[in-house]
Design a binder for this molecule. Structure first.
Ligand SMILES: Nc1ccn([C@H]2C[C@H](O)[C@@H](COP(=O)(O)O)O2)c(=O)n1
Ligand SMILES: [Zn+2]
Length: 156
């Protein structure tokens, strides 16, 4: 009888790979972000990626940055973490203490949303806005609300 496989990927790697897969759906030409929310029993609750609201035809909206907010993608894109929370069809009670795996450290708006949804931990891959004011606000919000965060690497 063969022994069982033992070199399986970790839960962290598994959920982050799901988040990475979600990011591949993003139409943003510069920054594709994916998020995967897993509960304390290692069950996936939801996934999301950054994109325009589903009722919007994303061919009709800008995908670049601009000083004019009307022509700036940031005005129209829903962030990956927000979509992951909004895509969940169950009770928000299930999200208490859940872990969000996200390919980019949450912005301060998403940090507020995740805290309010009851998420207990953020696991992230990249932090390209580290040190910015937005990033500092985000960390302060998570710290104050007892949401822990840690960075992981995923093998290529
Ligand atoms: N945690 C985050 C941060 C950003 N996003 C989205 C929003 C935009 O589509 C893009 C960031 O824009 P850029 O850095 O290219 O100016 O990523 C997100 O979904 N989650
Ligand atoms: Zn955000």
């Amino acid at each position: 009888m063969p022994d069982k496989r033992r070199d399986v990927i970790s839960w962290d790697e598994f959920f982050m790979r799901v988040a990475i897969a979600a990011s591949l759906r993003s139409k943003d030409p510069i920054t594709q972000v994916g998020a995967c929310i897993a509960d304390t029993n290692h069950r996936i609750l939801s996934v999301g990626y950054n994109g325009t609201p589903s009722a919007i035809n994303d061919d009709d909206f800008p995908w670049g940055s601009s000083d004019d907010p009307l022509r700036d993608k940031h005005s129209y894109v829903v962030h990956a973490e927000a979509n992951a929370v909004l895509n969940y069809r169950g009770s928000l009670k299930d999200m208490q203490g859940a872990t969000v795996y996200v390919t980019l450290f949450p912005c301060h708006e998403c940090a507020k949303l995740l805290v309010q949804a009851g998420v207990g931990e953020v696991v992230y891959l990249d932090d390209k806005y580290e040190g910015t004011l937005d990033n500092q606000i985000s960390r302060r919000c998570l710290d104050t609300c007892g949401v822990t965060y840690r960075r992981v690497a995923v093998p290529a």
